[in-house]
Design a binder for this molecule. Sequence first.
Ligand code: PBG
Length: 385
Amino acid sequence: MVSCQSTRRPDTCHGPSPLVIGTPLNAGTPRCLGLASAKIHGTHAMSTKLDISMRPTQAEFPATRLRRTRSAPAVRALVRQNTLTVDDFIWPVFVRSGEGIEEPIPSMPGVFRRSVDKVVEAAREAADLGIPAICIFPYTGIEERTEDCAGAWDSDNHANRAIRAIKAAVPEIAIMTDVALDTYNINGHDGFVENGEIVNDRTIDALVKMTLSQAEAGADIIGPSDMMDGRIGAMRTALESAGHHNVMILSYAAKYASAFYGPFRDAVGASGALTGDKKTYQMDPGNSDEAMRLIERDLAEGADMIMVKPGLPYLDICRRARDTFGAPTFAYQVSGEYSMIKAAAHNGWIDEDRVMLESLMAFKRAGCDGILTYFAPAAARILNG
Ligand code: PBG
């Protein structure tokens, strides 16, 4: 155990420590644990901040009055630990067939299904606001869905056409995709269904084809949201073999079987289509350690970044992921989270802008590098002043 001067902040000290999380600390002795090497579930998390073990040193009242640093906007700005900026956002958008269409989604006020030309306009607007990335989700009508899900890797599907069109018109914005079969599947599942079972390995072959078609269309970040086992390794190998060395994978590593996705399933046309639930592949909301195993596995298979989804109800998972792995960590503030804020604001029960920004700041506080959020343009407009 390394101890440090009481005048130094705990997180500025260096040196290995045998600390295992849960070790009781002598509160009277200042400890230097900020950069400890901790053994967390078999993983050596070097240079990881362990806020859990910080013991800030402070004098007795009235020498210490914590309200001093809250007394004026200037001081509050100085001591603010986390900040929210436009750089933190990935904006999910829905693309559909047709031209000149911006179709409102009733369960997600302010969100639209756009035809490719309109998605390009939206991407232009996002880039002008400084939003670094856009994430494309296809909406498909029931007539576009098949059992073999062949639309998913059709180089000419709405999503791939949108990728090409955005790349041509708005080259500065990063494009993320969705890899899962649900929007092309007759039964709304993320994988193939055989005799009532969502099959893993055959689905991976399809996900790999989908990945390659998106990379060929010009996607920068592939977003597998399917939760099949082994897909990250298969996708990474395929991308490398096809020469897409710089195409990133942002793995939906810890994705829970959540009721908060309700409005999204309306948005992509999957609500009516879905038979049963997704509990055999998405995570049980009661589990936390399993999320760490999934994230570790996906990173080991070659994910560049990882995601926790949904967002606000799972901030504990974001924090654990950040502290344990230190990889670029994202959260998805999903449709249900968005729509709840919109609905309460619509009723005059909360202040929409303030709740929006506070909810987004929560992700930064929980250790996220960024947030997928439908609020991205609205928040950007406020943050840009
Ligand atoms: C589908 C997918 C879902 C979301 C993103 N990709 C829904 C689901 O798993 O059924 C949810 C996003 C949201 O609710 O905003 N693979």
